[in-house]
Design a protein around this ligand. Structure first.
Ligand code: ARJ
Length: 428
């Protein structure tokens, strides 16, 4: 059906860095499972009825221990799964090996070239999936741009992240989308938790692993005060940083000032900051003249989905040397004599230099993924080729299971209270 190159170097079952890493990967997955009660509850609930029987799911998301719990939950509930990573630097090779051992058709390894990255995605498409799962929409774009014939077999897909959702909405607006999509990112139990607390903690984790520097007392510049930037600024402040936010949206900037951050333009902030992190989803946020004006020793990184937020070509042009001084930390010696340290080559610092968001928060994101795919498999044929959000009841269900797993409960309205809420004759 697909015009895949016949001489693909990949085996039909998997392509990972080292299959012998599987036992180590299995330990990591076991650890994640013990912290993901919602997903494990869904596995337990649906493992006998197997709602995914007959589903062939191609997925393109970061290969982490948390992703492994999602993949194995889909498998346990009847799906056949074909996986690739959505970033050349975020694959955990031990986890990938454990998944390969567990029968997942997985094609991903850490540090792969851009060419291999796309070859791996194409390999998963060659199996003729009927559902797709994306983080950043690279798999969907591959189907749409190169393998349109595969789309006729695809009932629908899901998208994990803000950047991907924005692009898919643009595609749907132009009438270019070939199958319906659930925007998992837009569920409250994803966006309000993963993007804020997940990105906040894991980005600081990545910065600390790559630098081992003290955050307290430093000028910490966060570009973008969306949910992700807000989470990062919150955690940096918690560690004692003097936080500075740059924004293009006056409402977001105003929110940042009232939440205790200094607000300024990047032209101003570049001269002040000790640590910079971009969380905008936009390209060219830090460019040549910003790098040139930074203080000696400034640390720069990105936590947005794509690596275009820092213009590293600009930085290269004004540098006389680049040296890797520790894992995920490159020293650029500028021709003006100053040094700038770039983490994880400008790729998402939280996934490339650390392990991504903690399992507890991915639990909710991936419970949304599971329920979105289930709903798509069951009802997708009746949907239009648009981007949909999940119903509010799904958020309620996920939040309730999560709360209960943490030992909390909520109050319930009485019938009188329910009537009161909509009683427009009631006054003081
Ligand atoms: C898998 C992760 C992890 C993790 O949900 C997050 C999001 O929206 C992404 C943008 O690319 C990354 C994704 N994410 C964060 N942490 N995916 N496993 N541990």
């Amino acid at each position: 059906m697909l015009n895949m190159k016949k001489e693909t170097p990949m085996s039909d079952n998997y392509q990972v860095k080292d299959i012998n890493l599987a036992p180590k990967g299995r330990q990591m997955i076991d650890w994640a499972e013990s912290r993901m009660p919602v997903l494990m509850h869904l596995r337990e609930t649906y493992k006998d009825s197997k709602p995914f029987k007959g589903a062939k799911i191609a997925g393109c998301i970061h290969i982490t221990k948390e992703t492994a719990v999602l993949v194995e939950t889909l498998q346990a509930c009847g799906a056949e799964v074909f996986w690739s990573g959505c970033n050349p630097l975020s694959t955990n090779d031990a986890v990938a090996a454990a998944l390969a051992k567990a029968g997942v058709h997985i094609y991903a390894w850490h540090g792969q070239s851009t060419e291999d990255f796309y070859n791996c995605i194409e390999k998963t498409v060659s199996f003729g999936p009927n559902l797709t799962l994306d983080d950043g929409a690279d798999l969907i774009f591959t189907v749409h741009n190169k393998y349109q014939s595969a789309a006729s077999n695809i009932i629908g897909g899901t998208e994990e992240t803000t950047t991907g959702v924005a692009r898919l909405r643009a595609m749907a607006g132009d009438g270019k989308l070939l199958y319906p999509i659930f925007a998992v990112n837009d569920s409250a139990t994803k966006w309000d938790f993963d993007n804020v607390y997940g990105t906040g903690q894991s980005s600081l984790d990545g910065i600390l692993r790559a630098t081992s520097i003290l955050v307290a007392g430093k000028y910490f510049v966060v570009a973008g005060y969306g949910h992700c930037g807000r989470g990062v600024a919150l955690r940096a402040k918690g560690l004692g940083a003097k936080t500075i936010v740059t924004e293009i949206d006056p409402v977001a900037a105003l929110r940042a000032t009232l939440e205790g951050h200094e607000v300024m333009t990047m032209d101003e902030a570049c001269k002040v900051g000790d640590i910079f992190i971009t969380a905008t989803g936009m390209k060219d946020v830090i460019i040549k003249h910003h790098f040139e004006n930074m203080k000696d020793g400034a640390v720069v990184c990105n936590t947005g989905h794509y690596d275009c937020e820092l213009n590293l070509k600009d930085l290269n042009d004004i540098s006389s040397s680049v040296t890797e001084i520790r894992a995920n930390n490159e020293e650029y010696k500028l021709k003006n004599g100053k040094r700038v340290y770039v983490l994880a080559q400008g790729r998402l610092v939280n996934l490339a230099a650390a392990e991504g968001h903690p399992s507890e928060v991915m639990d909710m994101s991936f419970a949304n993924q599971f329920l979105a795919l289930k709903s798509m498999f069951e009802n997708g044929k009746s949907l239009e080729k648009k981007v949909y959000t999940l119903p509010a009841e799904t958020d309620q269900e996920i939040a309730m299971i999560k709360l209960k797993s943490m030992g909390h409960n909520v109050d319930v309205l009485t019938p009188e209270q329910i009537a009161y809420a909509t009683d427009y004759s009631a006054g003081t």
